[in-house]
Write a protein that binds this ligand. Sequence first.
Ligand code: NAP
Length: 230
Amino acid sequence: MIDVLVSGAGGRMGQAVVEAVSAETDMQIVARADPALEPGDGVFADLSSALAATTADVVVDFTTPATGFANTKASLEAGAHAVVGTTGFTEDELEQLRQLAAGEGPNAIIAPNFAVGAVLMMRFAQMAAEHLPHAEIVELHHERKLDAPSGTAALTAERMPGHVPIHSVRLPGLVAHQEVLLGGLDETLTIRHDSLSRKSFMPGVVMAIRDVPTRSGLTVGMEPILGISS
Ligand code: NAP
């Protein structure tokens, strides 16, 4: 049985993770941390109290760009593997976590997008950009998303040659959507992915929870776990 602590358990993604983990037979929720939740049995206002009070195998973090790095560091330092969906990590933060996760200790998987279709979209965009020289990205999210551009858009652009402009749209009613538009001579190609609800991320999150104990070091992105070359 894999014991899971959910950090940000009161948020939109955190609640979906609690539900998804609870539905699996080989993993269970041992604690939930979130300042937005009323502390009680297995529920903590902050992650450090939750880490001190429980022995979790894996901490899943879906919090805010401001706290994701500190939370991941605290989880690894407490000896728990980390599965992180929080976006907005800097290169420097990733490097620090890479060093922290190196060696015999706990491992980390950080993925800006756990949806299988989104990972494929990034791969297809990378392939298409080798043949069509002009590209732009439009990413569309719900109006309460704190970071822009999205982590998915930034990673997609990073994997494509040249400078790829990113346009961010924030509107109520949206979940997470991205279009990669490419142009050639008198032709365009549009690659689009839509997360229709937060459930779309859950198969990837559950897969990462199972995978993280045996995948050494820091893994960025779901590609190696899904067997998709990047
Ligand atoms: P949300 O609804 O605002 O949830 C975040 C929750 O984390 C809030 O309840 C917040 O509490 C709590 N929190 C803040 N600081 C905390 C701390 N130090 N320790 C524990 N909990 C803390 O946001 P969301 O829509 O669920 O998104 C969460 C993150 O996931 C964002 O970074 C988003 O970009 C990312 N995301 C990733 C994926 C992916 O596939 N990787 C998919 C969707 C979203 P307060 O409200 O009291 O601050």
